[in-house]
Design a protein around this ligand. Structure first.
Ligand code: MLT
Length: 262
């Protein structure tokens, strides 16, 4: 499926993949800082932002694998046939790992922000499936925003940037409910992909907000310890959303990593 994709800037291709239940506008402050260095492709994953969801049964579950294939197809349509660096945050990281498994040759490097390689526990998977049913039934993602908003941002943004927090609470609540439910079902079915990341033997950058409570610092640090040669950057004064909470520091971390590849 071809996704809605925004393309900006000049240079090496950098693909940005958003988290759940968000859309590509979460990358806007980062794109502004990286577009002089990279040709930046930011996609809306299927059923989220302005990308469509397939009709029928295929639209009930957005697997990480299908989302990964969508990105490759979309980049092909944008004329990108060669290798790129891909950065994924949280669910975007799960998609990045599925893509590594299926399309390893397309990667030049990978950046994983505030994400994990481990699957859901059975209890977490069950909670997600129940949430998906509830969102479908309500026809609204408001309950997802109510769950996520208090956990998405760190204490600094919560105190100093109430406008940012309110903006994203409203965006999450207005996210397309069928797409949100399908993505939740897809996340619940993802396997462990630590070995995929190790076997990829790619330049790897791991970034985490030091106050992230969704994918905590120590868990990301553990991934860094397991992946030979990977780089790890903790972003101070940030929760789960460094590209929004600390865009300057987050862009610096990615730029430094890309400069080392050059
Ligand atoms: C995200 O930010 O994409 C989600 O928190 C991921 C998850 O729920 O596992």
């Amino acid at each position: 499926m071809i996704l809605s994709c925004e393309v900006e800037g000049v240079g090496d291709p950098l693909v940005l993949v958003h988290g759940f239940p968000l859309d590509r506008s979460m990358w806007t402050p980062l794109v502004e800082r990286l577009r002089e260095r990279c040709r930046v492709f930011s996609v809306d994953l299927r059923g989220l932002g302005s990308s469509p969801l397939p009709e029928g049964e295929a639209g009930r579950v957005s697997t990480m694998e299908a989302m990964a294939d969508d990105i490759v197809e979309t980049l092909g349509a944008e004329g990108v046939g060669g290798a790129f660096t891909l950065a994924g945050l949280s669910m975007g990281g799960y998609v990045a790992l599925a893509m590594l498994e299926r399309h390893r040759a397309r990667f030049r490097a990978v950046v994983l922000l505030d994400t994990r390689t481990a699957p859901d526990t059975p209890e977490a998977a069950q909670r997600r499936l129940e949430l998906a049913e509830a969102v479908d039934e309500a026809g609204s993602a408001r309950m997802v925003a109510d769950l996520m908003t208090p956990r998405l941002f760190g204490p600094d943004a919560t105190r100093d940037q109430p406008g940012l927090v309110a903006e994203w609470d409203a965006k999450m609540a207005a996210a397309p409910p069928r797409g949100v439910a399908a993505a939740a079902r897809g996340m619940s079915a993802r396997p462990d992909r630590l070995q995929t990341l190790i076997d990829a033997q790619l330049p790897t950058l791991l970034v985490v907000g030091e106050h992230d409570v969704i994918t905590p610092h120590d868990e990301m640090k553990g991934i860094a310890a397991a992946v030979p040669g990977s780089s790890f950057v903790a972003i101070p004064r940030s929760g789960h959303m460094p590209p929004l909470e600390q865009p300057g520091l987050c862009a610096d971390a990615i730029r430094t990593f890309l400069d080392r590849l050059a």
